[in-house]
Design a protein around this ligand. Sequence first.
Ligand SMILES: [Zn+2]
Length: 421
Amino acid sequence: MWQDRVLDYIDEHATEIVTDLAVLVRMPSVSGSDTEIEIQHVLSDRMITMALDLDTWQIPLDETLAEPDFPGVEVDRSEAWGVVGRVAGRGDGPSLMLNAHVDVVPPGDMISWEGADPFSGRVTADTVEGRGACDMKAGLVASLWAVRGLTELKVPLRGDLVLATVVGEEDGGLGTYALLRRGWRADACVIPEPTSLDIAPATAGALTFRITVPGAATHASRRLSGISAIEKFIPIFAALRHLEKQRNAIKHPLAARWELPIPIEIGKISAGDWASSVPDTLHADGRIGVAIGEDISTARRALEEAVGAACQDDGWLRAHPATVKWWGGQFASGITELDSPIISTVQRCHAEVTGSPQTMWATPYGSDLRLMQGIGAVPTIHYGPGDAERAHSPRESVSINELLTATRALALIAIDHCGLT
Ligand SMILES: [Zn+2]
């Protein structure tokens, strides 16, 4: 049986699969870095050796970023590449896309890595470590090897199997937006983001914003004649915490497992330029979660109104209101119809490989699902190795066991979904 043969192939290549993940983790493909460009060429070369029909193209950045529905970027890029490899189906079966992002977030505070190299790709008895190991190079490697197993064994799939590696997921979804713009579609898509091998057919959204709070500078020794922008931000921050509580009071059933499914957080603040001055402008950059089924414009309005109301309660801010600007990643929420066949396919194949069922939930983070599903109308789910709690955190790592399980399951999902001739 083809299924058994491909599972044997994956078992025989387990060590290579783990090594491959370590090699890719050692490439620091931070969003917007030169390595983000380089890794796409490495993967494109790899797909040539796998004899896939290859579409490698330079993304026309100016045109793409100018599109009215472009989801936003947060880092500058001079160059970006799209890579899609296709195993042509031998019949008229449904097509499947595996879509994995190659970019990773920066390592963050080096102290929290406790002396470890963030891009070590160190392999322990049961994990591979390093930035991106979990989010989501393990999912990328699982996809690559699932496809490789199927092509090397010449498994006669009826529908097309498409492997897309994308840039810019972390800062808005440039890569997936670009491949949709180029015309790539499939009858279903699996994004192997870290779900601890659960199935996530929905994603909350996240909108990046900047609040600018005006103040009035003066020498700190005469601070009463100035206005501290930091002090004026405090009631605004309190208003955001209050809004967050209100917005999370009712949860979408798929988000019930999260204490806070749609958080609002300020990730970065800057104000003032001198220790002995009253700071006159504060910039607070943050993100607001978008509920499943909620419009982007509704979420934006809620935040703008909360900031506006806080300003009304303060004499200075009433006359000099804080402003809200939407910039960077604008992730809508998204959900795939729960009766889409890809959901039962993934559930069945996962159970076949592990012998146990999986739970279903929505991710609290934004992802490319909303582009595939929203713009592309492609039923899309997340299913991948790694605990998302390890993503973006110091000492990121992924379980080797989950990596190999995902590789096996993805191969079976492709066979099941695309069919055999
Ligand atoms: Zn990710």
